[in-house]
Unconditional design. Structure first.
Length: 249
């Protein structure tokens, strides 16, 4: 396990005003010297972005959005929010390419446009990639990862503001997780693809998919990952804190 670990909380469509109190505990934890090298990023629903930002302002906790529209300019896009608006409330990160959004129409081209507009707005990107169960069974994992990376980053110059989040779709919210050996193998494949494409030696790669307090001790043995993107378990503050504590002990 490396230093400067990321713990990214993806709250999906959960959380209300009351959730704010629990976040205060995580902010307090982040101020402890022991956790100086830990980067916590909260990605709540849009409705809580501003609140979370105000709360975390004087701490090392950063705020991210769960998605953004591809258009950099304001426009007639009912229900959407773009990178510029996200940046304007103080968020620093945005998740792009999450499988739950790929299912509802985000293809590699659209994801590419979203990444470009987020980078132009100086946001850091948590770029999700990963294979479905069917693709895994058909031994398509490596080619899927390759096409997600190569097409998602098309015409984008090498840069350090993209964190790759390897999230096998079959693992998200299911309790199923890859064996450490298989995870190491996939991370090394991802590194090779990025090396080939961008000549970037040490990309930041986090793992996501059913990370919880029970399996974190095992996951932390995978030395090639730089942290975790955590959905369900991050919504329970005690669990989220325990995951962070266990990871760095
Ligand atoms: P999960 O979600 O931790 O609930 O599996 C991860 C994610 O969707 O980012």
């Amino acid at each position: 396990m490396t230093n400067n670990m990321f713990f990214i909380a993806n709250w999906k469509m959960f959380g209300d005003n009351k959730s704010v109190n629990s976040v205060k505990k995580v902010i307090k934890l982040s101020k402890d010297k022991k956790f100086k090298k830990v980067q916590i990023v909260y990605c709540p629903p849009y409705t809580l972005l501003d609140k979370f930002f105000r709360l975390s302002k004087n701490s090392n906790v950063k705020i991210g959005s769960q998605n953004c529209h591809y258009s950099e300019k304001p426009g007639p896009f009912t229900g959407s929010i773009n990178a510029n608006l996200i940046k304007s409330i103080g968020a620093e990160y945005v998740i792009i390419g999450h499988s739950e959004n790929r299912f509802t129409g985000d293809n590699n081209n659209l994801i590419n446009s979203k990444i470009k507009s987020a980078l132009n707005n100086k946001l850091k990107i948590i770029f999700c990639i990963g294979e479905t169960l069917k693709e895994k069974r058909n031994k398509k994992t490596n080619s899927i990862l390759n096409s997600q990376i190569v097409n998602g980053l098309k015409n984008i110059k090498k840069n350090n503001n993209i964190i790759f989040a390897y999230e096998p779709v079959w693992s998200i919210g299911t309790g199923l997780v890859p064996k450490n050996r298989d995870l190491e193998k996939q991370i090394s494949v991802i590194k090779k693809i990025i090396m080939r494409f961008w000549k970037l030696k040490n990309p930041k790669i986090v793992y996501g998919g059913s990370v919880n307090i029970k399996n974190i001790n095992n996951f932390k043995k995978v030395s090639s990952i730089n942290g975790f993107l955590i959905g369900g378990a991050s919504q329970n503050t005690k669990n989220f804190i325990d995951i962070i504590k266990k990871s760095i002990n």
